[in-house]
Design a protein around this ligand. Structure first.
Ligand code: HEC
Length: 164
């Protein structure tokens, strides 16, 4: 009887490890390469929408600091899932429909790509904290930082901007 408890605890621990290792992304990996590209482009567009809304507050005071904090939290969640959206075989030379701008350097330089995704997560936490603080100038600085060191830091080496 007593044995069951440690076994189920082990199972739970394994599940948590598997989730932390990114195996939560199995649905993405199970998709076709085209579907994966489509999904990640939609997800990137969501990042763009969050950034536009945050910019409205940072630059013009439109919206609210609380909304900035919420959106920064969403950006952080998406950032954690970025590596799983880029399985091997989904680069711009491999998937043409839909056309995509993921450079082969992503997979040649995978560790650095992971760092770029992690950097966005860190910057999103700083922006979330700034949003919670409510000071527009602090939010503006964190927003600009995130754009440059979060999004731009990855786009520059790893993305070709597509004509759409
Ligand atoms: C770790 C790397 C990385 C980070 C961080 C990142 N991106 Fe991207 N992004 C890419 C890559 C690679 C592509 C090209 C993907 C493709 O075309 O399949 C892309 C594409 C895009 C696109 C175009 C999507 C489309 O419809 O083709 C937008 C918009 C975008 N990113 C916005 C953002 C914003 C905003 C941020 C920051 C909040 C961000 N990205 C952070 C790597 C990143």
């Amino acid at each position: 009887m007593n044995i069951r408890y440690p076994v189920s605890r082990n199972f739970l621990a394994l599940t948590i490890i598997a989730m932390a290792a990114g195996l939560m992304a199995l649905p993405v990996l199970a998709a076709t390469p085209s579907e994966t590209v489509q999904l990640r482009q939609e997800t990137m567009k969501k990042l763009g929408k969050h950034m536009n809304a945050i910019k409205d507050f940072a630059m013009n005071g439109q919206g609210s600091a609380a909304d900035v904090a919420n959106r920064a939290g969403e950006i952080g969640k998406i950032a954690a899932g970025i590596p799983a959206m880029f399985p091997e075989g989904t680069g711009m030379d491999e998937v043409k429909d839909p056309k995509n701008g993921a450079k082969p350097e992503i997979w040649l330089d995978w560790d650095n790509f992971l760092k770029a995704a992690a950097k966005l997560e860190v910057e999103s936490k700083a922006l979330e904290a700034a949003g919670n603080g409510g000071d527009q100038e602090v939010i503006k600085a964190a927003f600009q930082n995130l754009g440059k060191n979060g999004c731009g830091n990855c786009h520059k080496p790893y993305r070709i901007k597509l004509e759409k």
